[in-house]
Design a protein around this ligand. Structure first.
Ligand code: SAM
Length: 189
């Protein structure tokens, strides 16, 4: 991987870190054995989840091999053995997990990249344990921010409608990342 790309992923992690603690303290992370970070990027949250739950398995998923190589390298450097990078494809609707296997799915700033979200989350609902949760942090359409101007965003009520149709109900909703991002936690209906 080029040095420039390395810098970009370190930068992504710095951005994630800025609100990381306040997001993590709102999620019931402890005791969750299998956690999936969808669109892990530089892996900031994968590293946090893995360190918070040393006996858990954290699956770091991304469509970009360079991101997964970076996460692998950083996991070795930080001596975190319980992260497992998995390469997926952008139009993959089915994730490589068993029925009721996963305790927590986490998506930060990646919801807008999911191509057929109702099908995707409906499939994903089968991978979730009965007490499992799906945490979604997503850029809001807001012209004050680059992402909101470039379409890398989803309206909060659209996420809510999609998740309802996919078989989820809203468990908790937080306002403190606004006006830049929404932050919602879903559970199975
Ligand atoms: C804006 S970055 C966010 C990275 C990380 N979640 C964070 O908060 O720092 C979006 C990430 O999602 C990945 N991605 C794009 N489409 C995806 C998809 N369909 N499934 C999984 N990951 C995807 C990108 O490669 C990138 O790493």
């Amino acid at each position: 991987m080029g040095v420039t790309y390395d810098i970009l992923l370190h930068y992504l992690n710095k951005q994630a870190e800025a609100t990381g603690e306040s997001v993590l303290e709102k999620i019931d992370v402890y005791g969750r054995k299998k956690i999936v970070d969808i669109g892990c990027g530089g892996g900031f949250y994968s590293f946090q989840f893995a360190q918070m739950n040393k006996f858990s398995e954290v699956f770091a998923l991304d469509v970009d091999e360079r991101h997964l190589e970076f996460v692998k390298k950083q996991s070795r450097k930080k001596n975190i053995p319980n992260i497992f990078p998995i390469l997926i494809t952008p139009n993959q609707d089915d994730l490589p997990f068993k029925k009721q296997e996963i305790d927590l799915f986490f998506l930060r700033n990646v919801f807008h990249d999911i191509q057929r979200p109702i099908k995707y989350f409906s499939n994903l609902s089968k991978n979730l344990t009965q007490q499992g949760i799906v945490v979604i942090v997503e850029f809001l359409p807001n012209t004050k921010f680059v992402e909101g101007r470039t379409g890398h965003c989803t309206a909060e009520n659209e996420i809510q409608l999609i998740m309802e149709k996919a078989g989820f109900s809203l468990k908790k909703s937080f306002q403190f990342l606004k006006p830049k991002q929404s932050f919602n936690i879903y559970q199975l209906k």
